[in-house]
Design a binder for this molecule. Structure first.
Ligand SMILES: CC(C)(COP(=O)(O)OP(=O)(O)OC[C@H]1O[C@@H](n2cnc3c(N)ncnc32)[C@H](O)[C@@H]1OP(=O)(O)O)[C@@H](O)C(=O)NCCC(=O)NCCSC(=O)CCC(=O)c1ccccc1C(=O)O
Length: 279
C-alpha cells in the first residue's frame, strides 16, 4: 500500500521529521531520525524530539501505530553521536554537563500503549540497535546490518541492550554481539529472531505499512494489553504496574467500580452485595 505522509506537528523539529498518514483502518505516525550525514546518530536534541513526537502520537486519538525509522537507505540509526559525547554523557548544545537522554526514551517506547515498529534500512548499530530492540516489531530491508559497538568505543548497555537482546537471540549470541562487536546482516538477523521479516529495500515502507494496517484492524485495547503483558515479565515491577493500570482502566468502566465512585460522591456506604464473587 503506497501512502502519503503529511507533516503532523507545529513543533520546530531540527533532527527528526514527524509525519502522519491516514488509512481506512486508522492513522499511522512516522518518526524519522533525519541526520543522514552521521548515519542518523542521535544527539540529545534528537532524542528530545523523538520523545516529543512519541508523546504527540500517543495523545493523537487517530494514531494507532507508530513507525520509527531513519532517513535514507544507509542507516536506521548509528547510536550516540560521538562528536557530542563528553565525560559526563552526551552534552546538549549550549550546556556543559551531559547525560544519557536515551535512558528515558527507551522506557517511554516500552510504556507507550500503541505498537512501535522499527523500519530498518541499513545500519542499526550501537544505541541505534538498542532503539530497534525497544520497538515492538522490526521490519528490515535486505541491506540492514545489526550490531553493537560499545566495547569498541568505550561504552555498553547492560539494560535493554543486553536483556532484550538475550530474550531474542539467547545468552551466548547476545554475549557474542557485545563481546566481539561483530555486525550481522538481515538474513542472519531473521534467522536468529532479531527481526520479524526482511524485504527488498524498495519494498520496505510498503511492507511496514502493511504490517501496521493489519494491527490497525485489530482491537486497540487488546493490542495495548498484549504489549503490557509481555513487558509485565520483562520489565519487572514497572512492567507489572503498566499491566495492572491497564486492567484498572477497564475496571473503571464496570458497574462494580462505578458503585464505589458513586457511593463516595453521594456520601453513602457502597453496596457491593449486588456484584458476584466470581469463581
Ligand atoms: C554506522 C557505521 C557502521 C556506518 O559505516 P559507513 O556506512 O562506512 O559510514 P561512515 O563513513 O563510517 O559514516 C559516515 C559519516 O557518519 C559519521 N558517523 C557515523 N556514525 C556516527 C556516530 N555514532 N557518531 C558520530 N558520527 C558518526 C562518520 O564519522 C562519517 O562522518 P564523516 O565526517 O563523513 O567521516 C559506522 O559509521 C559506525 O560504526 N559508526 C559508529 C557506530 C558507533 O560506534 N556508535 C556509538 C555506539 S555507543 C552508543 O550508541 C551509546 C548510546 C547511548 O546513549 C547509551 C548510553 C548508555 C546506555 C545505553 C546507551 C545505548 O546504547 O543506547
Amino acid at each position: 500500500m503506497a501512502v502519503t505522509w503529511t507533516p503532523a506537528s507545529d513543533s520546530d523539529f531540527t533532527d527528526i521529521r514527524y509525519e502522519r498518514t491516514a488509512t481506512p483502518a486508522g492513522g499511522i505516525a512516522k518518526i524519522t531520525i533525519d541526520r543522514p550525514e552521521v548515519r542518523n546518530a542521535f544527539r540529545p536534541q534528537t532524542l528530545v524530539e523523538v520523545s516529543h513526537a512519541l508523546e504527540l502520537a500517543r495523545e493523537d486519538a487517530e494514531v494507532g501505530v507508530i513507525i520509527l525509522t531513519g532517513e535514507g537507505p544507509h542507516a536506521f540509526c548509528s547510536g550516540g553521536d560521538q562528536n557530542v559525547r563528553g565525560d559526563t554523557g552526551y552534552i546538549p548544545e549550549g550546556e556543559t554537563v551531559g547525560r544519557f537522554h536515551v535512558t528515558d526514551l527507551q522506557i517511554q517506547m516500552r510504556r507507550l500503549p500503541k505498537p512501535v515498529v522499527a523500519m530498518v534500512a541499513g545500519y542499526a548499530i550501537g544505541g541505534g540497535h538498542v532503539l530497534h530492540l525497544c520497538c515492538d516489531l522490526t521490519i528490515a530491508a535486505d541491506n540492514a546490518r545489526f550490531g553493537q559497538t560499545g566495547p569498541r568505543v568505550g561504552s555498553w548497555d547492560g539494560g535493554f541492550g543486553a536483556s532484550l537482546l538475550r530474550d531474542l537471540v539467547g545468552t551466548k549470541k547476545a554475549k557474542e554481539f557485545w563481546l566481539l562487536c561483530r555486525q550481522y546482516d538481515a538474513a542472519q538477523a531473521l534467522d536468529m529472531g532479531l527481526v520479524n521479516t526482511v524485504v527488498p529495500l524498495e519494498r520496505l515502507e510498503e511492507e511496514t505499512i502493511g504490517w501496521c494496517a493489519e494491527m490497525l484492524a485489530l482491537s486497540p485495547f487488546a493490542l495495548r494489553l498484549v504489549k503490557s503483558s509481555f513487558h509485565a515479565h520483562e520489565d519487572g515491577y514497572a512492567g507489572i504496574q503498566q499491566l495492572a493500570h491497564d486492567a484498572n482502566l477497564l475496571f473503571y468502566a464496570s458497574d462494580e467500580a462505578k458503585e464505589g465512585r458513586e457511593a463516595y460522591k453521594a456520601k453513602r456506604r457502597p453496596d457491593f452485595t449486588q456484584f458476584p464473587r466470581r469463581a
